[in-house]
Design a binder for this molecule. Structure first.
Ligand code: UD1
Ligand code: CA
Length: 453
């Protein structure tokens, strides 16, 4: 039978070095709070119970951690007395009785389910504690993993380490799995007799061994275990996340001409044979289907781009923009909460908001859906096969029927029936010779002025 597991996620840090008015774990990487990345990795490892240990912003942190498939309960750690003390804040949840207790940190957003599975596998093999470690060229500040004959015998914190121990480059990530039936007994034995007067979770190794148990360290990549203490590290994590995800997307069959200039969100989905040109930004909630092309300098958020559609260059798709198959949204266009039908074209300098554009319609340059009266938003409905002339203002609520034509420069305030031609502009007046007369008069005035000196 599958082993039950509770993940205890520590997120009670005071985030001092972030210099922020909100908890560190709420800061986003790839458009998603760091805590949600960790929670998603936990869920991805097939774990459904989470105990969240929080200090500040408890409600917001709990909400961010509640990703699909998780049952989250929160515990407040009032005083920050160390990682051992923090895990015990979730005593009530641990006491429910699980086979495995997995301890994770809320500020390691690049973590995947792999190390969690490896640590739990070591428990299943009979270890009491399995620590996730990493090798690094810069071990300063980390607890060192002290190993003898393949067994983990202790984790030594930097401040308590001897010179020989400090030379060790295998480090404690802080993430570990503990035998759930023994966890409370082991955690309760942790004291604070050390340089920092903190309850060190890491003491659990020597405690477990003193009671006849075994501990082991499993290895994971330094990158995946990178944490975040300040904004510079946050930017570094973002860079690492972007590099990893761009690569995955390219390997899945998407072309990126200059991947280092493309920014993805945690949930960006791009189909096979799509092409993403340089300097494209994907905010959250974007799906690009197979074979679509996103030209340079486009910004998409909450948008869906169907097969064969093209976007940009310099286009902005805002939430609710849905481009059907083969639709085109060209340069300097903005589309918000609007369906652009199959094969329809919105090619230049246009704003389409709160609208529906039918299949095969052509929206001329400079068309504006006037969707807002300063208080309320209204809808514009454009049928299929419609031609909207350049520089048209469609004053919503308004509709244009299938196959209709709207003359350039129109201000359309009333519904246009199917197959009708609508003109909503002043009539042109032509006065023969009048330009010449004006020019001659102006020249005469200029000459008179000059004569007067
Ligand atoms: C800890 C480990 C160290 C490891 C390092 C990896 C201990 C004693 N040391 O050290 O071996 O190499 O992490 O980054 O465990 N937290 C709370 N409440 C507390 C204390 C901490 O919630 O009272 C949370 C923090 O928000 C953070 C995590 O626990 O997410 C680690 O705490 P931190 O103080 O950064 O531990 P380190 O001293 O870095
Ligand atoms: Ca730390």
């Amino acid at each position: 039978m599958a082993r039950s597991c509770l993940a205890v996620i520590l997120a009670a840090g005071d985030s001092t070095r972030m210099k922020s008015s909100v908890s560190k774990v709420l800061h986003p990487v790839a458009g998603r709070p760091m805590i949600a990345h960790v929670a998603a990795a936990v869920a991805g490892a097939g774990i459904s119970d989470v105990a969240l240990v929080v200090g500040r912003d408890a409600e917001a942190v709990e909400k961010a951690a509640a990703v699909d498939g998780l049952r989250v309960s929160s515990f407040i750690q009032k005083e920050r007395l160390g990682t051992g003390h923090a895990v015990l804040a979730a005593r009530e949840a641990i006491a429910r009785g699980y086979d495995d207790i997995l301890v994770a940190y809320g500020d390691v957003p690049l973590i995947t389910d792999g190390p969690f599975a490896a640590a739990r596998a070591a428990l299943a093999e009979g270890h009491d504690v399995a620590v996730i470690g990493f090798h690094t060229a810069q071990p300063t500040g980390y607890g060192r993993l002290l190993v003898e004959n393949g067994e983990l015998v202790a984790i030594r914190e930097e401040k308590d380490a001897t010179d020989a121990e400090r030379a060790v480059t295998w480090c404690n990530s802080g993430l570990m799995a503990i035998d759930g039936r023994k966890a409370l007994a082991l955690l309760e034995r942790i004291g604070n007799d050390n340089v920092k007067r903190e309850f060190y979770l890491t003491d659990i190794i020597e405690i477990a061994r003193s009671l006849g148990g075994k501990a082991v360290a499993v290895d994971a990549s330094e990158e995946e275990l990178s944490g975040c203490n300040n904004r510079a590290e946050l930017a570094h994590l973002e860079r690492l996340w972007q590099q990893r995800r761009r690569r995955e997307i390219m390997l899945s069959g998407v072309t990126m001409i200059a991947p280092e200039t493309v920014f993805l969100s945690y949930d960006t989905e791009i189909g096979q044979d799509a092409v993403i040109e340089p300097n494209v930004v994907f905010g959250p909630g974007v799906t690009v289907e197979a074979g679509a092309v996103i030209h340079a300098f486009s910004h998409l958020e909450g948008a869906r781009v169907a097969t064969g559609a093209t976007v940009g260059p310099f286009a902005r798709l805002r939430p609710g923009a849905h481009l059907a198959e083969g639709a085109k949204v060209g340069n300097f266009c903005e589309v918000k909460k609007a369906e652009i039908g199959a094969g329809a074209k919105v090619n230049h300098l246009t704003y389409i908001g709160d609208a529906f554009v039918g299949a095969g319609s052509n929206i001329g340059a400079g068309t504006i859906t006037c969707n807002y009266d300063g208080v309320n938003k209204f809808e514009t409905r454009i049928g299929a096969g419609v031609f909207i002339g350049s520089n048209t203002a469609l004053v919503a609520p308004v509709s244009v029927g299938d196959g209709a034509y709207v003359a350039s420069g129109s201000v359309i305030t009333e519904d246009v029936p199917a197959d009708a031609l609508a003109l909503g502009r002043a009539r042109q007046v032509v006065k023969p010779e009048r330009a010449k007369q004006i020019r001659e008069r102006n020249l005469a005035i200029k000459a008179a002025k000059k004569a007067k000196g």
